[in-house]
Design a protein around this ligand. Structure first.
Ligand code: PBG
Length: 331
């Protein structure tokens, strides 16, 4: 191997053209998934812990979705905000065919048929206790009974036109059951994106404020189903199981603190791996930028590119609209 001065690593860094040409990874709008919170109120309302993010009225949700499509973002993810009086122990609102998710998905599909729509399969927006499933008398989330409800929730979403069903609850066996139900109900092309490696993370705080599950959850946590942040090998087992059960794509969540898992997943499995840059990651960058400590746009784009470098096919991020607009300007 030749050494200095024959080798000068800086030769390939001295001008824009050569940096461009030798770039190993790129970030583009087509890598992004935009999450949108939607509620059944006439007005959109700011989420204090997530600057720039709102609980959207249905009309504003349509407007944001249209903007995403215009900017080249291929898919949005719909997250419902459900009023407290519609929450109960069995998450019955999750099975309401006239609920906010089926309604918004149908509306989006009618208005923007070419935009991909992803929906979350989990019960936490609908439960009075804030857990992702139904609980026994000790507050333990019951796996198999929860799957029954998740399956009906998934079928309802598929019927309303959701393209990508994303179970985010971490129950065992739900991917296989939901896949079978989709096949039986004649939705052979509805895609399953499994949150295969989802950790019990403190970085979800602002999201729980946004959907109003934080106050419901109180002092409880989700460690009996979400993964232990200490574990890496277990993530590979989770991913292998979900693929075997019929997942088309997998998600690693949170994102930046778990880039090692994204890398391992993409190295070891030939399915598209996505990363979820969660609410706490978004809030951190905003908080620092608000103090004048970080450049928001630059750190947002750098953080998103890091997911690509780690092997992700794409990123679910609250920065998606901003990032897509910045990437467009840069051209
Ligand atoms: C749970 C769910 C969570 C998020 C989205 N769906 C985590 C949780 O509350 O345990 C968090 C997303 C984020 O923090 O941005 N179904």
């Amino acid at each position: 191997m030749s050494r200095y001065p024959a080798t000068r690593m800086r030769r390939l860094r001295d001008s824009h053209f050569i940096r461009q040409l030798t770039s190993e990874n790129t970030l583009s709008a087509s890598d992004l998934i935009l999450p949108l919170f939607v509620h059944e109120e006439a007005r959109s309302v700011n989420v204090p812990s997530m600057p720039g993010v709102q609980r959207l009225s249905i009309d504003d949700c349509y407007r944001h979705a249209e903007q995403a499509l215009t900017l080249g973002i291929p898919m949005i993810a719909v997250f419902p905000v459900v009023p407290a009086d519609k929450k109960d122990a069995n998450a019955s609102e999750a099975e309401n065919p006239d609920g906010i998710v089926p309604k918004v998905v149908a509306g989006l599909k009618q208005r923007l048929p070419e935009l991909g729509i992803m929906t979350d399969v989990a019960l936490d927006p609908y439960t009075s206790h804030g857990q992702d499933g139904i609980t026994d008398e000790h507050g333990y989330v019951i796996n198999d009974a929860t799957i029954d409800i998740l399956t009906r929730q998934a079928l309802l979403q598929a019927a309303s036109g959701s393209d990508v069903i994303a179970p985010s609850d971490m129950m065992d066996g739900r991917i296989g059951v939901i896949r079978q139900a989709l096949e039986a109900a004649n939705y052979p092309n509805t895609k399953l994106l499994a949150y295969a490696a989802k950790y019990a993370s403190a970085f979800y705080g602002p999201f729980r404020d946004a959907v109003g599950s934080a106050s419901k959850l109180g002092n409880s946590d989700k460690r009996s189903y979400q993964m232990n942040p200490a574990n890496r090998r277990e993530a590979l087992r989770e991913i292998a199981l979900d693929i075997e059960e019929g997942a088309d794509m997998v998600m690693v969540k949170p994102g930046m603190p778990y880039l090692d898992i994204v890398r391992e997943a993409s190295t070891n499995f030939a399915v598209p791996v996505f990363a979820y840059q969660v609410s706490g990651e978004y809030a951190m960058l905003h908080a620092a930028a608000n103090n004048g400590w970080l450049d928001l746009n630059a750190t947002a784009l750098e953080s998103l590119l890091a997911f690509k470098r780690a092997g992700a096919a794409g990123v679910l991020s609250y920065f998606s609209l901003t990032a897509a607009a910045l990437l467009r300007q840069a051209h």
